[in-house]
Write a protein that binds this ligand. Structure first.
Ligand SMILES: O=C(O)CCC(=O)C(=O)O
Length: 370
């Protein structure tokens, strides 16, 4: 009971401190179509920003419906090929399932009634047309161009699912692994320039509360905890400076990939579903050598890589493809005009649907970890 009281107090305090940061509100643009300077300043100072009310209700409904279909089709156990109704799973290798032993490794109690629970679904642009359309959202892409320049390039996409009362934790971590100096300081300068790790944009179609949300340590994006033999804290540690990133359905939370972030196990009666998508500054990607952890069906593997122009431009094709998919669904909206270079057909039709899911050459084989 004492721990429950401590948890409630931690969440209440975190919520209060989060709301004092001044890093949330609607997306606003200046006369040149660039994100308002005060938003950029607040993002750069805190290492995260919450954009409120980005998606309309109809789009939230489409995402919810399609996601629930994909979730219902999940395999019931690790390595499984059929769902709870005995139907064949369409994308069996793309689900990350957690079981009791995964929770025990993190020192977190297992509370699920089933053998395994779905915590993550990788590469949703191939599974959910609604996810592809969000990827081509004109306001989101205008915002990205303001942060990374007009020739921004892709990163990776996945959906975090924290089920009611049983959602798995995400360990405290900083994603950026490449653009740090020898002292572990970010190469990204305080004005957001220089080589950088980009951001995770959590697009929400659920209510993210302190109990189920991502938590971020404000200002932690300037230095790398792994520098000089350092370690990330275990997720059993409630970091006093961390704050929850509360999101309503339709909100988007932008988190610098160098920020220290993680989420506690969801013990609440509200599920959390957030799709992470992201983009990079082109100069931070092309020619960079690093360890890639994203160009796999699901997390767990790594490879050393140097990103060639061709690799990046083949992956960048997904931006015009997504814009075209969105234009077909929302013909009255003004589409975003992508200025970056890309290779391949930048339109959405049945041929492209087959190409991006071609076994062995799926679009995500060129995801860009930095
Ligand atoms: O949303 C979460 O719980 C984790 C997100 C995250 O860690 C990431 O996108 O790197």
């Amino acid at each position: 009971m004492a721990d429950e009281d401590d948890w409630i107090a931690y969440c209440e305090d975190g919520q209060r401190r989060a709301l004092e940061l001044g890093n949330r509100g609607p997306m606003r643009f200046d006369a040149n179509g660039r994100l308002a300077q005060d938003i950029l300043d607040a993002y750069r100072e805190n290492g995260f920003y919450v954009f409120e009310g980005v998606l309309e209700q109809a789009e939230i409904d489409d995402l919810t419906t399609e996601f629930d279909e994909v979730l219902a089709n999940a395999p019931t156990e690790k390595g499984g090929l059929t769902d709870a109704q005995g139907q064949r799973t369409t994308f069996p290798g793309y689900y990350s399932l957690s079981d009791r032993s995964d929770f025990e490794k993190l020192g977190v109690p297992w509370q699920a009634a089933t053998n395994a629970i779905v915590g993550l679904i990788s590469h949703p642009l191939m599974m959910m047309d609604s996810a592809l359309r969000v990827y081509g959202h004109p306001e989101i892409l205008k915002m990205v161009a303001s942060v990374h320049g007009d020739d921004f390039v892709p990163f990776h996409e996945s959906i975090f699912h924290k089920g009611v009362g049983e959602g798995p934790p995400t360990a405290w971590h900083q994603d950026g692994r490449t653009h740090w100096d020898e002292e572990g300081r970010a190469l990204e300068t305080p004005d957001g320039q220089g080589k950088r790790h980009g951001f995770n944009l959590s697009v929400s179609w659920s209510t993210c509360t302190p109990e189920n949300s991502l938590w971020v340590v404000p200002g932690s994006h300037r230095s790398w905890r792994l520098h000089d033999g350092g370690k990330f804290p275990p997720i059993t540690e409630r970091i006093p400076e961390a704050v929850p990133m509360m999101l309503a359905p339709g909100d988007c939370g932008m988190v610098n990939r160098s920020s220290l972030h993680g989420s506690y196990s969801n013990r609440s009666d509200e599920r959390r579903v957030t799709m992470v998508l992201g983009f990079h500054n082109r100069d931070s990607a092309i020619g960079t050598s690093t360890t890639n952890v994203h160009a796999f069906q699901r997390p767990g593997k790594i490879k050393r890589i140097t990103y060639s122009r061709e690799y990046v431009e083949k992956r960048s094709r997904m931006i015009p493809v997504a814009i075209d998919a969105r234009r077909q669904r929302y013909p009255h909206e003004t589409p975003y005009e992508y200025q970056g270079a890309y290779l391949g057909k930048g339109e959405w039709d049945d041929q492209v649907r087959a190409e991006i899911a071609q076994p062995g050459d799926e679009y995500w084989q060129r995801d860009i970890t930095l």
